[in-house]
Write a protein that binds this ligand. Structure first.
Ligand code: SF4
Length: 464
């Protein structure tokens, strides 16, 4: 059974009372949580916030003021880890001023680099992997008694389904439906930091969705490492989409990140038929060369990926697609790279996250492949696809000028208090004069101009 939730609707601050409708637990202290990496980590930080609020911790937004500082980390790229090591040195200066401050490193990097953390940052009091957040109260208690705590056991049965996260205010809520990954991409450390796949049941997720709507959220984003490999008992990802589509009051459903191999017919049908499910997908390609895909163990060929995109576009002609690309993977030749370059031109992604490969200790590629593409070549190739993608994104957005799009209003634009911004169903950021619209409304906006990243327009039909 899912825990009856306290009616928090925002990250609590020390100046905000505890949730309505629940007895306030005794105040145990204050905590600051800093998050690095992907949306799964954002969602995990919300989970940690929920666990700690439940035992009487207030959440602060400044590390300097908190009794407990938790860094929720990412291990996917080396520079993310370097950033965290750097940050830890800074946080240690707080500990020197306030020696009772508890400092914890949580998440993927804790799982991946335990020894390096102990050596480089011996002042860290808590090291907790992604399956050990339940031990947070115990870990803090131990650390406050000057007893360092390490919790790194991966647990295939841990899905945290009975725990209540605390989410930030907004129109969009992140909902983890599945944890872990059973794929073994050779460049990726995730299967070793997050363990095996496990999914939360459909009834629990449906109940959570109803609760999110009651709290005022309009859009949910379903999260999983390979979100569409979701399988809970007899129910697959398509079933989950169909069920959640029936949640009254919910306006939009998205999901990230799917794996091309798990893009089943029921998933595509649900996307095409369910009115709340946005026809937008982030579908990681990684490389346009089948040879490189095989070296990456991506389990699909370039042509299979092409066929999948064609099948989805056949069912959803306006489908918006974004992707992830890695250039300079082990053994990538100029010809392999050209295949990636031309495949991106052929598919015409709305946007792409593009990276140059960097060797990660603990991955299968680190053990068995050679990182043999010179750095200079990696940089040139990356630059090349970034330039091409910029042109494509710009052209796709320019083609929307004069068209009317549905926008979910998210808040004030960064540039002007007179403007609102929101996202289209295809997840494009759109800016427009606010007029009488409210945050959380869906409005129709006619597009007047566009850059590669943003659409600009005017409301032509008020919100609901
Ligand atoms: S599918 Fe591949 S890239 Fe994605 S988390 Fe799993 S191993 Fe990593």
């Amino acid at each position: 059974m899912r825990r009856k939730l306290p009616l928090y609707n925002s990250i609590q601050t020390a100046t905000t009372p505890l949730g309505k409708g629940m007895a306030s637990p005794q105040v145990m202290g204050t905590v600051y949580i800093e998050t690095y990496g992907c949306q799964m980590n954002v969602s995990d930080s919300e989970l940690m916030a929920g666990i700690l609020s439940g035992i009487g911790y207030y959440l602060l937004d400044r590390a300097e003021d908190a009794d407990v500082i938790l860094i929720n980390t990412c291990a996917i790229r080396e520079n993310a880890e370097e950033k965290v090591f750097h940050r830890l040195q800074h946080l240690n200066s707080i500990k020197r001023r306030k020696p009772d401050t508890v400092l914890g490193v949580c998440g993927c990097m804790a799982q991946h680099l335990r020894q390096q953390i102990i050596e480089a940052a011996p002042f860290v009091d808590i090291i907790l992997g992604p399956d050990a957040y339940r031990s947070l109260p115990q870990a803090i208690h131990a650390a406050r008694s000057k007893d360092p705590f390490v919790g790194l056991k991966l647990d295939r049965s841990e899905d945290y389904a009975d725990l209540a996260p605390i989410r930030k205010d907004g129109v969009r809520a992140w909902l983890t439906i599945q944890r872990g990954c059973d794929k073994m991409c050779t460049f990726c450390v995730v299967p070793f930091t997050r363990g095996r796949e496990r999914s939360i049941s459909v009834p629990i997720l449906a109940e959570e969705c109803h609760r999110l709507v009651d709290e005022g959220f309009k859009e949910i984003v379903l999260l999983g490492q390979t979100v569409n490999s979701y399988q809970a008992g007899k129910h697959d990802f398509g079933d989950l989409l169909v069920t959640l589509n029936q949640v009254e009051g919910l306006k939009r459903i998205r999901f990230t990140s799917p794996h091309p191999n798990d893009a089943s017919e029921p998933m595509i049908e649900a996307m095409a038929n369910c009115d709340k499910v946005c026809q937008q997908i982030h579908l990681p390609l990684q490389s346009g060369s089948t040879r490189v895909l095989q070296a990456m163990r991506r389990t699909y060929t370039a042509n299979e990926y092409r066929d999948l995109v064609a099948q989805m576009r056949d069912r959803m002609p306006n489908l918006s697609i974004s992707t992830d690309i890695i250039v300079g993977f082990c053994g990538e030749t100029e010809e392999d790279f050209q295949q990636t370059y031309s495949m991106m031109a052929e598919i015409r992604y709305d946007s792409a996250f593009m990276f140059k490969y960097s060797d990660r200790e603990g991955t299968l590629a680190h053990k068995s492949l050679t990182d043999d593409v010179p750095e200079k070549v990696k940089i040139e190739r990356l630059q090349c696809i970034i330039e091409q993608q910029y042109q494509i994104s710009h052209q796709i957005n320019q083609a929307l000028i004069g068209k009317t799009v549905e926008v979910l209003v998210e808040g004030e634009s960064k540039r002007s208090t007179d403007d609102f911004f929101g996202r289209t169903r295809s997840f494009k950021t759109t800016v427009f004069p606010r007029l009488s619209a409210n945050v959380g409304d869906t409005v129709l906006v006619q597009i007047n101009s566009a850059t590669a990243q943003t659409l600009i327009g005017n409301i032509v039909s008020p919100g609901n």
